[in-house]
Write a protein that binds this ligand. Structure first.
Ligand code: ADP
Length: 260
């Protein structure tokens, strides 16, 4: 009798436990879902007024009948800079909110990574020149991958943009792409700079949303603090890994490996 009583008690306790835990989790799940949905909706809604504001400022600046003082011209330029910054934050937030909600799916296709990398590197040449940094890309051969072309493009943009932002004037940024075939075919993308570097204790944290080592420098360089969080999402959505090797005052190398 004692044994069957204990078993019955155990059964009731387990059942009640499951029921309570389930009930406690459902509202939590709903609230997470609503929060993500809210961020996605808010980001989406903010895009239109921002683009209207940018066009309006442009219209004022290019109106020939408008005699704008030097001071007003400067104010309008500053406004434009801030609107562009906010547009980038909103776009980045929307990307992450969609990723959280699994609404942004990865669409894979076969393409030549060498072509994409070459194009991205070339698009950054003017910015690199402006900053006095030599930007090199070492790929020459065709490198077929099965991945999301747009997202891989975005990943390269984030890494090169950072390397130029935190690179050294008169220094060098090197983008490399290579593959290994054994034991499994893996594609490696690396972006190396000889800039400020990242302290060891912060090397993991920089992949978190809004984490910036030097907020002022990042802000002045047009950063949002969301770039590496997006990069990490893109890489992990391809079942790959991303890491950084860095020494303060020497430079940093971001290494992405993608199983292809
Ligand atoms: P941000 O928009 O500020 O660049 P990220 O998420 O891309 O945001 O990067 C987060 C932070 O990581 C940066 O603010 C910077 O402190 C650090 N970081 C990223 N890339 C580099 C790099 N190549 N060299 C030094 N620090 C870097």
């Amino acid at each position: 009798v004692l044994i069957s009583m204990s078993l019955l008690f155990l059964f009731i306790a387990t059942f009640a436990g499951h029921l309570l835990a389930g009930r406690a989790i459902i509202p939590l799940k709903n609230s997470f879902f609503r929060q993500r949905e809210f961020v996605a909706d808010a980001s989406h809604e903010l895009r239109t007024p921002l683009s209207v504001m940018l066009t309006s400022v442009d219209a004022i600046q290019t109106d020939d009948e408008n005699r704008i003082s030097q001071f007003s011209g400067q104010v309008l330029d500053d406004m434009k800079g801030e609107i562009k910054r906010m547009t980038k934050i909103v776009a980045d937030l929307l990307t992450l909110a969609r990723a959280d909600a699994s609404a942004d799916t990865i669409v894979k296709e076969n393409f030549d990574l060498n072509l994409v990398a070459d194009k991205v590197a070339r698009s950054f040449k003017p910015l690199a020149n402006e900053k006095g940094i030599r930007l090199d890309y070492n790929g020459k051969n065709k490198l077929l991958v099965h991945a999301d072309r747009e997202r891989i493009n975005q990943l390269l943009v984030i890494l090169i943009d950072n390397a130029l932002k935190f690179g050294r004037q008169g220094g060098e940024v090197l983008l490399s792409v290579k593959q290994t075939t054994s034991p499994k075919r893996t594609v490696y993308i690396s972006v190396q700079d000889d800039g400020v570097g990242i302290p060891a204790e912060q090397q993991k944290l920089i992949f978190e949303r809004f984490y910036r080592i030097d907020k002022v420098r990042s802000r002045e360089a047009g950063g949002t603090g969301l770039g590496l969080a997006i990069a990490k999402w893109i890489v992990e959505a391809h079942s790959g890994t991303i890491k950084v090797e860095s020494t303060v005052g020497v430079g940093s190398t971001f290494i992405v490996s993608l199983p292809c």
